[in-house]
Design a protein around this ligand. Structure first.
Ligand SMILES: NC(=O)c1ccc[n+]([C@@H]2O[C@H](COP(=O)([O-])OP(=O)(O)OC[C@H]3O[C@@H](n4cnc5c(N)ncnc54)[C@H](O)[C@@H]3O)[C@@H](O)[C@H]2O)c1
Length: 330
């Protein structure tokens, strides 16, 4: 079985990794109907969540283990870490185990960029960013692959996180506008990415502040678990909603606060051309991203095709598969 570490993954560099990630993700969204899909399994604590995210086609079964612990950065740890496993459907034998922390950031950013490609104004230039933690630079990187972003308006309630972001972006050639709150960020933006990590029902800005910005595309990635949202419910009520997998988003996304069935499109329908991208009559479009297992499957399928990692024997190697006890004989 192959073990693939973060170091193995970073060796190819971000550009090549992101280009591949986008290609595998787009391919898999293009064959959405072939997958066995389900909402993820979650165990909640006051301070965080543990999730298992399975997805399979007829060749491979995969799952990702992932957490979200908003208090971790104060302990010097990431809020989110993840591990993945890809198995052979024919035999059930695992084929690889890999770090999915980095690939979670990459696949989320790739999904955001793909959604923006179809749903944001094509000449989008001003990006708003609320939350400048671990995901933030990946989100910027991805949007830059699709749009000529000239200005980023950003805010985080942690000044050190804003300084880190500014430092990482200082050679980007993008004009950086540090803002004092979410209300200031949203002024005049074409694309807005919200990516805070707080297990609470947060309102980062009022709907009234954006309601006349009728070409706005909002990519909300931080509201991704019951009781954890970022946006004004009035905004959610009034936007065109696009989700990854409704069955899961209904309980985890910004739309969790809306009663009854919510009118929506799934992103695969738009990628496959079955539903329209941005239409003139759309107004604000909200991509209510929570993270879906198919995107993780795509990342593991991508790793599987790469000649990286190291072979390690974790499972029993037996001459007679019925003689498991022989492992204790010398
Ligand atoms: N949708 C997806 O597919 C997906 C994938 C990965 C992560 N996420 C979510 O994205 C979010 C960000 O993840 P991360 O890894 O960057 O976390 P992180 O902890 O590294 O960064 C979050 C940042 O938000 C800031 N913040 C928290 N509350 C705030 C508030 N009220 N106002 C302004 N800033 C605030 C924190 O100071 C921190 O810098 C998390 O909620 C995570 O669960 C979603």
């Amino acid at each position: 079985m192959k073990i693939i570490t973060t170091k193995d993954i970073t060796r190819s560099g971000l550009d090549a990794l992101f280009a591949d990630a986008l290609r595998f993700l787009e391919e898999d969204l293009g064959r959405w109907q072939e997958f066995k899909k389900s909402a993820r399994h979650a165990i909640h604590y006051e301070h965080g969540v543990f999730e298992l995210m399975p997805c399979a086609d007829n060749a491979h079964y995969s799952y990702k283990y992932v957490n979200a612990h908003p208090g971790n950065p104060a302990l010097g740890k990431l809020s989110i870490v993840a591990l993945g496993m890809l198995a052979d459907v024919a035999t059930g034998y695992p084929q690889l185990v890999c770090d999915m922390t980095l690939l979670t950031a990459i696949r989320t950013a790739a999904m955001s960029a793909l959604a923006a490609k179809h749903l944001a104004k094509p000449d989008s230039k001003v990006l708003g960013l609320i939350g400048t933690g671990a995901q933030s630079e990946f989100q910027v990187y991805a949007m830059r692959q699709m749009f000529n972003i000239t200005t980023i308006r950003y805010y985080d309630h942690d000044v050190a996180a804003m300084q880190k972001f500014a430092q990482n972006m200082k050679d980007s050639g993008i004009t950086l506008v540090a803002c004092k709150d979410g209300e200031e960020v949203v002024q005049g933006v074409d694309i807005l990415t919200t990516c805070i990590c707080e297990k609470a029902r947060v309102k980062l800005f009022d709907y009234a502040s954006v309601k006349d910005n009728t070409h706005l595309f909002i990519n909300a990635i931080g509201g991704d678990c019951p009781g954890k949202t970022e946006l004004d419910i009035e905004l959610v009520r009034n936007a065109r909603i696009v989700v990854e997998f409704y069955e899961q988003t209904k309980y985890e996304g910004e739309i969790q606060h809306l009663e009854g069935e919510v009118a929506h499109d799934e992103i695969w329908e738009i990628v496959q051309g079955l539903k329209p991208g941005r239409r003139a009559e759309d107004g604000i479009i909200l991509f209510d991203s929570v993270g879906f297992a198919l995107a993780d499957f795509s990342m593991m399928r991508m790793l599987h095709k790469r000649e990286i990692g190291s072979e390690t024997e974790i499972l029993p190697q037996l001459e007679n598969p019925k003689d498991l006890i022989s492992l204790f004989k010398s």
